[in-house]
Write a protein that binds this ligand. Structure first.
Ligand SMILES: CC(=O)SCCNC(=O)CCNC(=O)[C@H](O)C(C)(C)COP(=O)(O)OP(=O)(O)OC[C@H]1O[C@@H](n2cnc3c(N)ncnc32)[C@H](O)[C@@H]1OP(=O)(O)O
Ligand SMILES: O=C(O)CCC(=O)C(=O)O
Ligand SMILES: [Zn+2]
Length: 415
């Protein structure tokens, strides 16, 4: 379950190290469930199959699909994806009702992710005033049914972080005793801070022996940090979607989670996930839901590996680790060292001069850098502008040399 077995003989590790699953976590990829709840999503079967196949190839452990009760097409699509024979296990996500559970099992899924609200807000305004006794009774009934159909079952409390802690632990205990494989903690409204996540997941880890799945919405920008913190506290499964698409501004993005995990758990991540496939998956989903990949997206944002300021450029050219915690080549991408602005320095220009196959002394490069900066003070520079300044400076140098040589020659002849 955790990295405990690797650490058992090390006297210097802390309780936290025993709990942590940063080197041993699974991904429940929910682009085809949570992602379908994104404002502009509409996936036909062909698109769903393409996304499921790409995610499977990438190496995600589970693919979660929309509730078959949503519509006839959703049910047919779910059944069709179950028949693809993917390596990833296929899950569907349902309300906590026997009707939904039956439809789900009839589709041939490997597992059913059951959810029901436990916060006062949801019990009152979504579930018609159910108390925790009724919610728990309903949960056990549905769990037993799904188990009787031979499917994996996960039970999640919706709006976990605004639910009463005693209520939560009681229902998790009850469903764990009923035999669920995983319990889920869901920050449905994106209100949780990393510290709250650590406290709740660590407490839960002490109460149940099942796997623990976590689901974080990004309303307050904490979805990735919360997912990571949950792993440190003993969670085993993280919900993601491509680019984070989901209700409102979505959930923990698959790519951003990979970016977070690489510096911490490089060997594990590389052993499981084909990171060089990430960009193609993101581009495909972005197009399918008609959005652009954000400029600041971890890994695949257009400038994620662009270095601009002179100080950065010099150090990067000497050793990329100076200013890069992620290596672009791990993702099949390349870095770009910017040299066309007033913030550039002579080291970046020297590198460009070399790329252009020109020969100049360091003093000459410093001189042409000053010219580039002068122009960069007036307006934004394109690469072509900068190259032109370099080339014409170089031409003038050579021209001067020729004239000088010519004059010397004439003089020589005269002499
Ligand atoms: C936090 C999340 O993202 S949870 C997942 C959300 N996913 C979806 O909603 C999937 C798409 N949904 C749908 O297609 C529809 O909402 C359906 C088919 C599920 C239900 O549609 P309808 O029967 O028309 O009900 P409607 O959507 O208006 O209301 C939800 C009903 O489910 C009940 N309900 C809500 N959550 C749950 C739950 N977790 N378990 C059991 N019942 C629930 C509500 O009390 C309400 O019941 P009511 O019909 O007695 O009022
Ligand atoms: O089932 C879950 O764990 C999460 C459901 C959901 O999408 C949410 O609560 O935001
Ligand atoms: Zn959600």
């Amino acid at each position: 379950m955790s990295s405990t077995t690797n650490n058992i003989n090390n006297p210097y590790i802390t309780v936290g190290d025993f709990l942590s699953n940063v080197n041993n976590f699974k991904i429940i990829e929910s682009t085809l469930r949570e992602g379908e709840q994104f404002a502009t999503s509409f996936f036909n079967l062909e698109t769903k199959i393409k996304i499921a196949t790409m995610l499977d190839d990438f190496g995600v452990d589970y693919i979660e699909l929309t509730n078959p009760a949503a519509s006839e097409q959703s049910r047919d699509d779910c059944a069709a994806i179950c028949k693809l024979g993917l390596k990833a296990k296929i899950l569907t996500h349902t309300r906590c009702t026997l009707e939904d559970a039956k439809l789900a099992c009839d589709c041939g899924v490997d597992g059913v992710d059951v959810v029901i609200g436990t916060s006062q807000f949801l019990r009152e305004h979504s579930l018609g005033g159910k108390d925790m006794v009724a919610v728990t009774k309903q949960a056990i009934e549905v769990i037993e049914y799904i188990k009787s159909r031979g499917c994996e079952v996960r039970f999640s409390s919706e709006d976990s972080f605004r639910s009463d802690l005693v209520d939560l632990l009681s229902i998790y205990r009850a469903v764990s005793n009923a035999g669920v494989g995983r319990v889920g903690v869901a920050d449905t409204v994106g209100c949780a801070s990393p510290r709250q996540v650590y406290d709740l997941v660590r407490t839960l880890r002490g109460c149940v022996s099942t796997d623990i799945e976590v689901h974080f919405h990004d309303d307050t920008g904490c979805a990735v940090a919360n997912s990571f913190t949950a792993l440190e506290a003993g969670a085993t499964h993280i919900d993601t979607s491509v680019l984070g698409i989901g209700e409102r501004n979505g959930i923990c993005p698959l790519g951003a989670l990979m970016a977070r995990m690489m510096p911490t758990s490089r060997d594990y991540v590389l052993s499981k996930y084909k990171l060089h496939k990430l960009k193609a998956i993101e581009d495909f989903v972005a197009e399918a839901v008609q959005i652009n990949v954000p400029f600041n997206n971890p890994i695949t944002g257009f400038c994620a590996f662009t270095h601009k300021a002179g100080i950065h450029a010099k150090a990067i050219l000497n050793s990329p680790s100076t200013y890069e915690i992620l290596k672009p080549e791990d993702f099949g991408l390349s870095r770009y060292v910017h040299f066309a602005s007033r913030l550039t320095g002579w080291n970046a220009i020297k590198s460009r001069v070399d790329q252009l196959g020109l020969k100049m002394t360091d003093d000459q490069i410093k001189e042409v850098t000053a010219k580039i900066k002068q122009m960069g003070d007036i307006r934004p520079l394109a690469v072509d502008d900068t190259d032109s300044i370099i080339r014409s400076f170089h031409f003038e140098l050579q021209d001067g040399q020729t004239v000088q040589n010519g004059q010397n020659g004439v003089n020589g002849h005269k002499e």
